[in-house]
Write a protein that binds this ligand. Structure first.
Ligand code: ZN
Length: 264
C-alpha cells in the first residue's frame, strides 16, 4: 500500500513542480500566478491544455513550442521531475519513519510529510530562482521562515533549539554582512541562514551550513574544470544553501551520526 501512496505523492509532486515553474517565471516578469493561461515565452501564443501535461508534454513536443518551434527551457521538465521524485521520497521517508528527527512523534508522520513537502517547495523555488537570476527574494524566504517555525512548534520541536539555530546561522551571515558592508554576503543570505536554523535546529542547521560550502566548492571545481566559468565569476550561494537545507532536512540525522562516528 505504501508503494501506491508513494507513487501518488510523486504524481502530486510533478503537478506541484509545474506550479513551481509558473511561480519562478511569473515572479520574474511580475505577473500574477493565478491569472491567465500560460503562454509561449517566445511567440506568446497561449499553450493548449494538451501541451500543459507536466513532463510528458515536453517530451511529446520534443522540447519545442507547437506554434513557433522555439526551444522550451529544460528547466520545465527538470523541475517537475525533481519535485515528483522529492515528494515520493519525502512520503516514503515519513511513512516508513526513516531518518525522522528524534523530537517528532512517530504517529505524526503524515504531518511530517506535509511539513517536508511544503518546505521543499519553498526551498526549490528559492533554489531555481537564485540559480537563474542570482537573487534570493524575501517574498519566498520570509514566509518559509515563518512556516518552518509554525510547523516545527506544532510538531513539538524545542523552541530554544530553533531560536538558537536561527539566530546563530542568521547571525553568522549578518556578521559577515556588517564587517564587509554587504560585499561578501547579501541580505538574502542572512534570511536563508535563519531559515536553515529555524527549520533544522542548531546541530543540523550547522551541518547544512557546512554542506552549502562543500556543495559550492564541488560545483565551483566542476565549472573550472569544464571551463564553463572563470574563477572570479559568481555562483549564487543561495542555490547551495537551499540544496543543503533540503538534503539535511531529509538526511540530517544520518549525516550527523556518520560525522560524529569519526570522533568515537
Ligand atoms: Zn512559441
Amino acid at each position: 500500500m505504501i508503494i501506491v501512496w508513494t507513487i501518488l505523492a510523486a504524481v502530486l509532486g510533478v503537478i506541484v513542480g509545474s506550479f513551481v515553474n509558473v511561480v519562478v517565471f511569473r515572479t520574474k516578469t511580475d505577473e500574477a500566478f493565478w491569472k491567465g493561461r500560460s503562454k509561449c515565452r517566445t511567440c506568446e501564443v497561449p499553450i493548449s491544455p494538451i501541451d500543459l501535461v507536466p513532463v510528458l508534454s515536453y517530451f511529446a513536443l520534443k522540447g519545442r513550442c507547437r506554434s513557433c518551434s522555439a526551444t522550451i527551457e529544460w528547466q520545465y521538465p527538470a523541475v517537475e521531475l525533481i519535485t515528483g521524485v522529492m515528494f515520493g521520497v519525502l512520503f516514503a521517508r515519513a511513512a516508513l519513519g526513516i531518518g525522522v528527527p528524534d523530537w517528532i512523534d512517530g504517529s505524526e508522520w503524515l504531518a511530517l510529510f506535509v511539513r517536508d513537502a511544503v518546505m521543499s517547495v519553498f526551498l526549490l523555488i528559492i533554489f531555481v530562482y537564485d540559480f537563474k537570476y542570482s537573487y534570493i527574494l524575501d517574498r519566498f524566504s520570509i514566509p518559509a521562515i515563518i512556516l518552518a517555525i509554525v510547523f516545527n512548534l506544532a510538531l513539538g520541536a524545542d523552541a530554544i533549539n530553533l531560536l538558537l539555530g536561527g539566530l546563530f546561522i542568521g547571525g553568522f551571515f549578518a556578521f559577515q554582512f556588517l564587517v564587509s558592508s554587504g560585499k561578501w554576503v547579501g541580505g538574502g543570505d542572512i534570511r536563508m541562514g535563519m531559515l536553515m536554523g529555524f527549520l533544522l535546529g542548531v546541530s543540523n542547521g550547522v551541518l547544512a551550513l557546512f554542506l552549502s560550502y562543500i556543495l559550492g566548492a564541488i560545483f565551483g571545481i566542476i565549472l573550472i574544470l569544464t571551463k564553463k566559468r572563470k574563477l572570479d565569476s559568481q555562483v549564487p550561494f543561495g542555490t547551495f544553501m537551499a540544496a543543503a537545507t533540503l538534503i539535511t532536512m531529509i538526511l540530517g540525522p544520518y549525516m550527523l551520526e556518520w560525522y560524529l562516528g569519526f570522533f568515537s
